[in-house]
Design a binder for this molecule. Structure first.
Ligand SMILES: *Cc1c(COP(=O)(O)O)cnc(C)c1O
Length: 388
Protein backbone atom coordinates (compact mmCIF):
# COMPACT_ATOMS: atom_id res chain seq x y z
CA UNK A 1 0.00 0.00 0.00
CA UNK A 2 1.14 3.52 -0.72
CA UNK A 3 0.98 5.89 2.23
CA UNK A 4 0.01 9.41 1.21
CA UNK A 5 0.56 12.25 3.61
CA UNK A 6 -1.84 15.14 3.41
CA UNK A 7 -0.91 18.42 1.75
CA UNK A 8 -0.52 20.23 5.07
CA UNK A 9 2.05 17.80 6.38
CA UNK A 10 3.89 18.07 3.08
CA UNK A 11 3.83 21.86 3.33
CA UNK A 12 5.66 21.89 6.68
CA UNK A 13 9.32 22.75 6.52
CA UNK A 14 11.51 20.07 8.14
CA UNK A 15 11.59 20.74 11.89
CA UNK A 16 14.82 22.67 12.14
CA UNK A 17 16.21 21.17 15.30
CA UNK A 18 15.65 17.62 14.17
CA UNK A 19 17.79 18.42 11.11
CA UNK A 20 20.49 19.99 13.26
CA UNK A 21 20.44 17.00 15.58
CA UNK A 22 20.98 14.68 12.62
CA UNK A 23 24.08 16.59 11.55
CA UNK A 24 25.36 16.63 15.10
CA UNK A 25 24.97 12.87 15.43
CA UNK A 26 26.81 12.31 12.16
CA UNK A 27 29.73 14.36 13.47
CA UNK A 28 29.62 12.48 16.75
CA UNK A 29 29.85 9.20 14.87
CA UNK A 30 33.01 10.48 13.23
CA UNK A 31 34.37 10.81 16.75
CA UNK A 32 34.16 14.60 17.09
CA UNK A 33 34.01 16.11 20.60
CA UNK A 34 30.94 18.20 19.94
CA UNK A 35 30.13 21.41 21.79
CA UNK A 36 26.41 21.79 21.30
CA UNK A 37 25.12 25.35 21.26
CA UNK A 38 22.21 24.45 19.00
CA UNK A 39 18.87 23.56 20.55
CA UNK A 40 17.64 25.75 23.42
CA UNK A 41 17.19 22.97 25.94
CA UNK A 42 18.57 23.71 29.43
CA UNK A 43 21.41 21.39 30.41
CA UNK A 44 20.87 21.76 34.14
CA UNK A 45 18.52 19.40 36.02
CA UNK A 46 15.14 20.34 37.49
CA UNK A 47 15.65 21.68 41.04
CA UNK A 48 15.40 18.91 43.71
CA UNK A 49 12.41 20.37 45.61
CA UNK A 50 10.32 20.16 42.42
CA UNK A 51 11.39 16.56 41.82
CA UNK A 52 10.48 15.69 45.40
CA UNK A 53 7.03 17.27 44.97
CA UNK A 54 6.56 15.16 41.84
CA UNK A 55 7.61 11.98 43.60
CA UNK A 56 5.01 12.58 46.29
CA UNK A 57 2.33 13.61 43.80
CA UNK A 58 2.82 10.59 41.58
CA UNK A 59 2.09 8.24 44.51
CA UNK A 60 -1.39 9.70 45.08
CA UNK A 61 -4.16 7.64 43.44
CA UNK A 62 -6.28 10.78 42.91
CA UNK A 63 -3.65 11.92 40.42
CA UNK A 64 -3.85 8.76 38.34
CA UNK A 65 -7.07 9.60 36.52
CA UNK A 66 -7.79 11.82 33.52
CA UNK A 67 -7.05 15.40 34.45
CA UNK A 68 -9.60 17.02 32.07
CA UNK A 69 -10.51 20.67 31.84
CA UNK A 70 -8.45 23.82 32.06
CA UNK A 71 -6.22 22.43 34.77
CA UNK A 72 -6.53 21.94 38.54
CA UNK A 73 -7.95 24.96 40.34
CA UNK A 74 -4.95 24.88 42.69
CA UNK A 75 -2.57 25.04 39.72
CA UNK A 76 -4.45 27.92 38.12
CA UNK A 77 -4.48 29.75 41.48
CA UNK A 78 -0.72 29.25 41.77
CA UNK A 79 -0.33 30.81 38.32
CA UNK A 80 -2.48 33.79 39.42
CA UNK A 81 -0.35 34.27 42.56
CA UNK A 82 2.86 34.02 40.56
CA UNK A 83 1.66 36.63 38.05
CA UNK A 84 0.68 38.92 40.89
CA UNK A 85 4.02 38.69 42.64
CA UNK A 86 6.16 38.76 39.48
CA UNK A 87 4.26 41.26 37.31
CA UNK A 88 1.62 42.83 39.62
CA UNK A 89 -1.00 41.51 37.19
CA UNK A 90 -4.39 40.43 38.55
CA UNK A 91 -5.72 37.21 37.09
CA UNK A 92 -8.66 34.97 38.00
CA UNK A 93 -8.42 31.18 37.68
CA UNK A 94 -10.90 31.21 34.77
CA UNK A 95 -8.41 33.36 32.89
CA UNK A 96 -5.83 30.55 33.02
CA UNK A 97 -5.60 27.23 31.17
CA UNK A 98 -2.90 24.61 31.80
CA UNK A 99 -1.04 23.41 28.72
CA UNK A 100 1.05 20.35 27.91
CA UNK A 101 4.00 22.68 27.46
CA UNK A 102 3.33 26.07 25.93
CA UNK A 103 4.20 24.68 22.47
CA UNK A 104 0.98 22.70 22.69
CA UNK A 105 -1.17 25.80 23.19
CA UNK A 106 0.82 27.85 20.69
CA UNK A 107 0.22 25.13 18.11
CA UNK A 108 -3.48 24.72 18.97
CA UNK A 109 -4.72 28.30 19.40
CA UNK A 110 -5.30 28.47 15.65
CA UNK A 111 -7.91 25.71 15.87
CA UNK A 112 -9.98 27.97 18.07
CA UNK A 113 -9.88 31.08 15.91
CA UNK A 114 -8.63 30.50 12.38
CA UNK A 115 -10.86 29.68 9.42
CA UNK A 116 -9.37 28.77 6.04
CA UNK A 117 -7.87 31.85 4.41
CA UNK A 118 -7.56 33.86 7.63
CA UNK A 119 -4.22 35.54 8.06
CA UNK A 120 -1.87 34.96 10.98
CA UNK A 121 0.83 37.58 11.61
CA UNK A 122 4.05 35.81 12.50
CA UNK A 123 7.45 37.25 13.45
CA UNK A 124 10.45 35.96 11.53
CA UNK A 125 12.97 34.78 12.39
CA UNK A 126 10.88 33.07 15.04
CA UNK A 127 9.71 29.96 16.82
CA UNK A 128 8.48 27.59 14.06
CA UNK A 129 5.26 26.57 15.84
CA UNK A 130 3.43 29.85 15.12
CA UNK A 131 3.46 28.86 11.46
CA UNK A 132 2.84 25.13 12.01
CA UNK A 133 -0.54 25.83 13.59
CA UNK A 134 -1.34 28.20 10.74
CA UNK A 135 -0.64 25.57 8.09
CA UNK A 136 -2.64 22.94 9.95
CA UNK A 137 -5.74 25.15 9.96
CA UNK A 138 -5.41 26.34 6.35
CA UNK A 139 -4.62 29.82 7.60
CA UNK A 140 -2.24 32.02 5.67
CA UNK A 141 0.95 33.22 7.34
CA UNK A 142 2.12 36.79 6.89
CA UNK A 143 5.67 37.04 8.10
CA UNK A 144 6.76 40.19 9.92
CA UNK A 145 10.53 40.62 9.63
CA UNK A 146 12.42 41.31 12.85
CA UNK A 147 15.29 43.57 11.88
CA UNK A 148 18.19 44.91 13.84
CA UNK A 149 17.42 48.48 12.75
CA UNK A 150 14.00 48.15 14.43
CA UNK A 151 15.46 46.57 17.56
CA UNK A 152 13.92 43.31 16.39
CA UNK A 153 10.37 44.58 16.86
CA UNK A 154 7.84 44.06 14.05
CA UNK A 155 6.94 47.22 12.14
CA UNK A 156 3.17 47.15 12.51
CA UNK A 157 2.69 50.21 10.30
CA UNK A 158 4.32 48.46 7.35
CA UNK A 159 1.78 45.62 7.22
CA UNK A 160 -0.44 46.21 4.15
CA UNK A 161 -4.04 47.21 4.90
CA UNK A 162 -5.58 44.25 3.04
CA UNK A 163 -3.46 41.88 5.14
CA UNK A 164 -4.41 43.60 8.38
CA UNK A 165 -8.06 43.33 7.42
CA UNK A 166 -7.89 39.55 7.10
CA UNK A 167 -5.59 38.98 10.10
CA UNK A 168 -7.04 37.17 13.11
CA UNK A 169 -4.01 36.49 15.32
CA UNK A 170 -0.69 38.27 15.81
CA UNK A 171 2.13 36.42 17.55
CA UNK A 172 4.83 38.29 19.46
CA UNK A 173 7.62 36.77 21.51
CA UNK A 174 9.68 38.78 24.00
CA UNK A 175 12.23 38.14 25.36
CA UNK A 176 12.75 36.93 21.82
CA UNK A 177 13.94 33.64 20.47
CA UNK A 178 16.22 33.80 18.47
CA UNK A 179 17.33 37.47 18.58
CA UNK A 180 17.28 37.81 22.40
CA UNK A 181 15.60 41.22 22.05
CA UNK A 182 13.18 42.51 24.67
CA UNK A 183 10.12 44.67 24.07
CA UNK A 184 9.69 48.08 25.70
CA UNK A 185 6.32 49.11 27.09
CA UNK A 186 5.69 51.51 24.18
CA UNK A 187 5.73 48.58 21.79
CA UNK A 188 3.00 46.79 23.72
CA UNK A 189 0.97 50.01 23.90
CA UNK A 190 1.01 50.34 20.12
CA UNK A 191 0.39 46.61 19.70
CA UNK A 192 -2.73 46.79 21.87
CA UNK A 193 -3.94 49.80 19.94
CA UNK A 194 -3.32 47.98 16.63
CA UNK A 195 -5.11 44.84 17.89
CA UNK A 196 -8.14 46.76 19.17
CA UNK A 197 -8.55 48.80 16.02
CA UNK A 198 -8.33 45.78 13.77
CA UNK A 199 -9.93 43.12 15.94
CA UNK A 200 -6.84 40.90 16.01
CA UNK A 201 -6.01 38.54 18.87
CA UNK A 202 -2.60 39.09 20.44
CA UNK A 203 -0.77 35.89 21.33
CA UNK A 204 2.28 36.87 23.38
CA UNK A 205 4.85 34.14 24.00
CA UNK A 206 6.74 34.82 27.22
CA UNK A 207 8.69 31.57 27.57
CA UNK A 208 11.90 33.45 28.47
CA UNK A 209 10.59 36.10 30.85
CA UNK A 210 12.61 34.69 33.77
CA UNK A 211 15.92 34.29 31.98
CA UNK A 212 17.23 37.84 32.39
CA UNK A 213 20.54 39.36 33.43
CA UNK A 214 19.76 42.55 35.29
CA UNK A 215 17.52 42.44 38.36
CA UNK A 216 16.77 46.14 37.87
CA UNK A 217 15.66 45.67 34.27
CA UNK A 218 13.41 42.62 34.22
CA UNK A 219 11.41 41.80 31.10
CA UNK A 220 7.78 42.84 31.44
CA UNK A 221 4.63 40.87 30.73
CA UNK A 222 2.35 41.94 27.89
CA UNK A 223 -0.50 41.68 30.41
CA UNK A 224 1.00 44.50 32.51
CA UNK A 225 -0.03 46.99 29.87
CA UNK A 226 -3.45 48.61 30.04
CA UNK A 227 -5.99 47.05 27.73
CA UNK A 228 -3.96 43.88 27.13
CA UNK A 229 -6.56 41.59 28.60
CA UNK A 230 -9.18 42.94 26.21
CA UNK A 231 -7.23 41.81 23.18
CA UNK A 232 -4.95 38.96 24.06
CA UNK A 233 -3.36 36.18 26.00
CA UNK A 234 0.13 35.32 27.14
CA UNK A 235 1.71 31.90 26.83
CA UNK A 236 4.02 30.80 29.58
CA UNK A 237 6.08 27.81 30.32
CA UNK A 238 7.89 26.15 33.18
CA UNK A 239 10.35 24.65 30.71
CA UNK A 240 13.04 27.31 30.60
CA UNK A 241 12.46 28.83 34.04
CA UNK A 242 12.79 25.60 36.03
CA UNK A 243 14.66 23.33 33.60
CA UNK A 244 11.50 21.32 32.98
CA UNK A 245 11.42 20.96 29.19
CA UNK A 246 10.79 17.22 29.44
CA UNK A 247 7.91 17.55 31.90
CA UNK A 248 5.56 19.25 29.45
CA UNK A 249 3.76 21.92 31.40
CA UNK A 250 2.92 25.52 30.69
CA UNK A 251 -0.16 27.70 30.57
CA UNK A 252 -2.01 30.38 28.67
CA UNK A 253 -3.61 33.30 30.50
CA UNK A 254 -5.36 36.58 29.85
CA UNK A 255 -8.62 37.25 28.00
CA UNK A 256 -11.07 34.69 29.29
CA UNK A 257 -12.95 34.20 26.03
CA UNK A 258 -9.71 33.51 24.19
CA UNK A 259 -8.58 31.17 26.97
CA UNK A 260 -11.97 29.45 26.69
CA UNK A 261 -11.46 28.93 22.94
CA UNK A 262 -8.15 27.21 23.58
CA UNK A 263 -9.50 25.08 26.42
CA UNK A 264 -12.47 24.01 24.28
CA UNK A 265 -10.06 22.81 21.59
CA UNK A 266 -8.11 20.96 24.27
CA UNK A 267 -11.20 19.35 25.77
CA UNK A 268 -11.77 17.77 22.39
CA UNK A 269 -8.16 16.91 21.62
CA UNK A 270 -6.35 15.82 24.75
CA UNK A 271 -7.39 15.31 28.33
CA UNK A 272 -5.13 17.80 30.07
CA UNK A 273 -1.86 17.77 31.96
CA UNK A 274 -1.03 14.85 34.30
CA UNK A 275 -2.20 16.08 37.73
CA UNK A 276 1.06 15.01 39.39
CA UNK A 277 2.93 17.31 37.00
CA UNK A 278 0.51 20.12 37.84
CA UNK A 279 1.18 19.57 41.55
CA UNK A 280 4.93 19.69 40.97
CA UNK A 281 4.39 22.90 38.99
CA UNK A 282 2.53 24.42 41.94
CA UNK A 283 5.61 23.77 44.05
CA UNK A 284 7.84 25.30 41.36
CA UNK A 285 5.74 28.48 41.18
CA UNK A 286 5.05 28.96 44.87
CA UNK A 287 8.27 27.86 46.59
CA UNK A 288 11.32 30.13 46.90
CA UNK A 289 12.52 31.39 43.53
CA UNK A 290 16.17 31.25 44.61
CA UNK A 291 16.79 28.35 42.23
CA UNK A 292 15.86 30.57 39.30
CA UNK A 293 18.14 33.36 40.53
CA UNK A 294 20.98 30.88 40.86
CA UNK A 295 20.44 29.71 37.32
CA UNK A 296 20.50 33.26 36.03
CA UNK A 297 23.94 33.68 37.60
CA UNK A 298 25.15 30.60 35.78
CA UNK A 299 23.75 31.77 32.43
CA UNK A 300 25.32 35.18 33.00
CA UNK A 301 28.78 33.67 33.41
CA UNK A 302 28.26 31.72 30.19
CA UNK A 303 26.90 34.72 28.32
CA UNK A 304 29.84 36.86 29.36
CA UNK A 305 32.32 34.16 28.32
CA UNK A 306 30.77 33.84 24.86
CA UNK A 307 30.03 37.50 24.17
CA UNK A 308 33.44 38.70 25.37
CA UNK A 309 35.22 35.84 23.61
CA UNK A 310 33.50 36.34 20.25
CA UNK A 311 33.81 40.13 20.43
CA UNK A 312 37.55 39.80 20.98
CA UNK A 313 37.72 37.66 17.85
CA UNK A 314 36.03 40.43 15.87
CA UNK A 315 32.51 38.97 15.77
CA UNK A 316 29.58 41.39 15.97
CA UNK A 317 27.33 40.21 18.76
CA UNK A 318 24.66 41.91 20.83
CA UNK A 319 25.00 41.40 24.54
CA UNK A 320 21.60 39.94 25.40
CA UNK A 321 19.58 41.34 28.32
CA UNK A 322 17.46 38.20 28.45
CA UNK A 323 17.08 34.63 27.10
CA UNK A 324 19.87 32.09 26.98
CA UNK A 325 20.70 32.90 23.36
CA UNK A 326 23.42 34.93 21.75
CA UNK A 327 22.52 36.30 18.31
CA UNK A 328 25.68 36.87 16.32
CA UNK A 329 26.36 38.34 12.88
CA UNK A 330 28.17 35.86 10.67
CA UNK A 331 31.75 36.69 9.67
CA UNK A 332 32.10 38.85 6.55
CA UNK A 333 31.21 37.05 3.30
CA UNK A 334 29.77 34.03 5.10
CA UNK A 335 26.12 33.05 4.96
CA UNK A 336 24.37 31.53 7.96
CA UNK A 337 24.63 28.04 6.47
CA UNK A 338 28.31 28.42 5.57
CA UNK A 339 29.11 29.62 9.07
CA UNK A 340 27.23 26.74 10.69
CA UNK A 341 28.97 24.17 8.46
CA UNK A 342 32.40 25.63 9.05
CA UNK A 343 31.91 25.72 12.81
CA UNK A 344 30.76 22.11 12.79
CA UNK A 345 33.41 20.78 10.40
CA UNK A 346 36.41 22.68 11.74
CA UNK A 347 35.56 23.24 15.40
CA UNK A 348 32.91 20.61 16.20
CA UNK A 349 30.59 23.38 17.38
CA UNK A 350 26.87 23.13 16.76
CA UNK A 351 24.83 26.32 16.41
CA UNK A 352 21.62 27.34 14.67
CA UNK A 353 21.58 29.11 11.28
CA UNK A 354 19.63 32.36 11.67
CA UNK A 355 17.84 31.88 8.36
CA UNK A 356 16.59 28.47 9.53
CA UNK A 357 14.12 30.40 11.67
CA UNK A 358 13.08 32.84 8.94
CA UNK A 359 14.68 34.58 5.99
CA UNK A 360 15.49 37.78 7.88
CA UNK A 361 17.78 35.65 10.03
CA UNK A 362 20.18 35.27 7.09
CA UNK A 363 23.57 36.63 8.05
CA UNK A 364 23.22 35.56 11.68
CA UNK A 365 23.72 32.47 13.79
CA UNK A 366 22.22 31.69 17.17
CA UNK A 367 24.27 30.23 20.00
CA UNK A 368 22.42 28.66 22.95
CA UNK A 369 24.12 29.01 26.34
CA UNK A 370 23.31 25.45 27.30
CA UNK A 371 26.79 24.15 28.11
CA UNK A 372 29.16 25.07 30.96
CA UNK A 373 31.25 28.25 30.93
CA UNK A 374 34.36 26.07 30.63
CA UNK A 375 32.99 24.46 27.48
CA UNK A 376 32.00 27.87 26.10
CA UNK A 377 35.56 29.07 26.66
CA UNK A 378 36.78 25.97 24.86
CA UNK A 379 34.40 26.80 21.99
CA UNK A 380 35.80 30.33 21.76
CA UNK A 381 39.32 28.91 21.77
CA UNK A 382 38.42 26.58 18.90
CA UNK A 383 36.79 29.41 16.94
CA UNK A 384 39.94 31.52 17.38
CA UNK A 385 41.83 28.87 15.40
CA UNK A 386 39.51 28.94 12.40
CA UNK A 387 40.32 31.09 9.41
CA UNK A 388 37.20 33.01 8.43
C1 LIG B 1 11.05 26.87 24.38
C2 LIG B 1 10.05 27.77 23.82
C3 LIG B 1 8.70 27.64 24.14
C4 LIG B 1 8.17 26.68 25.15
O1 LIG B 1 8.20 25.43 25.05
P1 LIG B 1 7.43 24.42 25.97
O2 LIG B 1 8.48 23.52 26.47
O3 LIG B 1 6.48 23.77 25.06
O4 LIG B 1 6.72 25.16 27.06
C5 LIG B 1 7.78 28.54 23.63
N1 LIG B 1 8.20 29.53 22.84
C6 LIG B 1 9.47 29.70 22.53
C7 LIG B 1 9.85 30.85 21.68
C8 LIG B 1 10.43 28.82 22.98
O5 LIG B 1 11.70 28.99 22.63
Amino acid sequence: MQINYNEKLKKLPPYLFIEIDKKKNEAKKRGADIISLGVGDPDMPTPPHIIKAMQEAVAKPANHQYPFGAGMLSFRKAVCDWYKSRFSVDLEPEEVCALIGSKEGIGHIHLGFINPGDIVLIPEPGYPVYNTGTIFTDGVPYFMPLLEKNNYLPDLDSIPADIVKKAKIIFVNYPNNPTAAIAPKEFYVSLIDFAKKNNIIVAADAAYSEIFYDDNDKPMSFLEVEGAKEVGVEFHSLSKTYNMTGWRIGWVCGNKDIVKGISTVKDNYDSGVFCAVQEAAITALSASQDCVAKQRTIYKERRDALVEGLTKLGWKVRNPKATFYVWAKTPKNYTSAQTVSKLLDEAAIVCTPGNGMGKSGEGYVRFALTVSAARIKEAVERISKIQF
